[in-house]
Design a protein around this ligand. Structure first.
Ligand code: ZN
Length: 247
């Protein structure tokens, strides 16, 4: 009981009362935590920054009867570059949707938090294609959650060269040109797309973002991951369609 110290990032904010907020924080060790941020909308509040969407902070929380309340917070990174750019913000909103859907309270969350912070850092501070960053995040997130597809080679015969692979949604992995008869609906991939997927699932975190792909390959990954997300999470994520309208 009493006070708890934790760091985390705000993944949802809802205004309540006259000047308060209820925020959801993805924390290092406690999964998603819902917190009351009293007076966080008052201009002089010391919670004004730390109770904003995408703000990463050290928090001191007080465990109340119904929910935690924020006693104090110390902003570590506000990702203001994302908030000031409609395109980056839309991509970040999609990532936030995914996190809100897949994470629960009291679920170990360190790896997801780490992936999320790294992706936001790349989105905010570099020129790396937001589309590619999003695809990396999506596939790696599903992998962390236990939905990693088999992408080291053909899942049927074990062929390791990533040439001529197709992705089987049904079997959740690659099939080579000989084994594709096992799933006539498998999606044929370029070698570069197959290699990108293998990298995203298996690379060490520090190497995760260090590759690039062509526009065509990005298109393949988008098509594949949209369906894969829909199959695994039973929801169609449409927020990014907005960007196609303003392109
Ligand atoms: Zn095969």
């Amino acid at each position: 009981m009493g006070y708890i110290k934790t760091s985390g990032i705000v993944i949802k904010e809802v205004n309540t009362g006259e000047a308060d907020k209820i925020i959801t924080v993805l924390t290092r060790g406690m999964g998603k935590v819902t917190c009351y941020a009293k007076s966080a909308r008052r201009p002089k509040s010391n919670l004004i920054a730390g109770a904003q969407l995408l703000c990463y902070s050290d928090y001191v929380l007080f465990k109340g009867r119904e929910m935690y309340s924020i006693n104090s917070c110390d902003v570590i990174e506000s990702f203001y570059e994302i908030r000031n750019d409609i395109v980056r913000l839309t991509y970040a909103a999609h990532l936030v949707d995914l996190i809100n859907d897949v994470m629960q309270e009291n679920q170990p969350s360190f790896k997801v938090l780490q992936l999320f912070l790294n992706t936001l850092h790349m989105l905010a501070k570099t020129d790396k294609s937001p589309e590619l960053l999003t695809r990396i995040f999506e596939l790696r997130l599903l992998s962390i959650l236990g939905y990693a597809p088999y992408v080291r080679g053909c899942m049927n015969c074990g062929k390791e060269e990533l040439q001529g692979m197709s992705f089987s949604y049904k079997k959740c992995g690659f099939l080579c040109e000989h084994c594709i008869i096992q799933d006539e609906f498998a999606y044929e991939l370029s070698t570069a797309a197959a290699m990108a997927m293998n990298h995203i699932v298996h690379a060490r975190l520090q190497d995760l973002f260090s590759f690039n792909v062509s526009e065509n390959v990005l298109g393949e990954l988008e098509k594949l991951l949209r369906r894969y997300l829909r199959d695994r999470l039973e929801k169609d994520y449409t927020k990014l369609d907005f960007l196609k309208m303003i392109k």
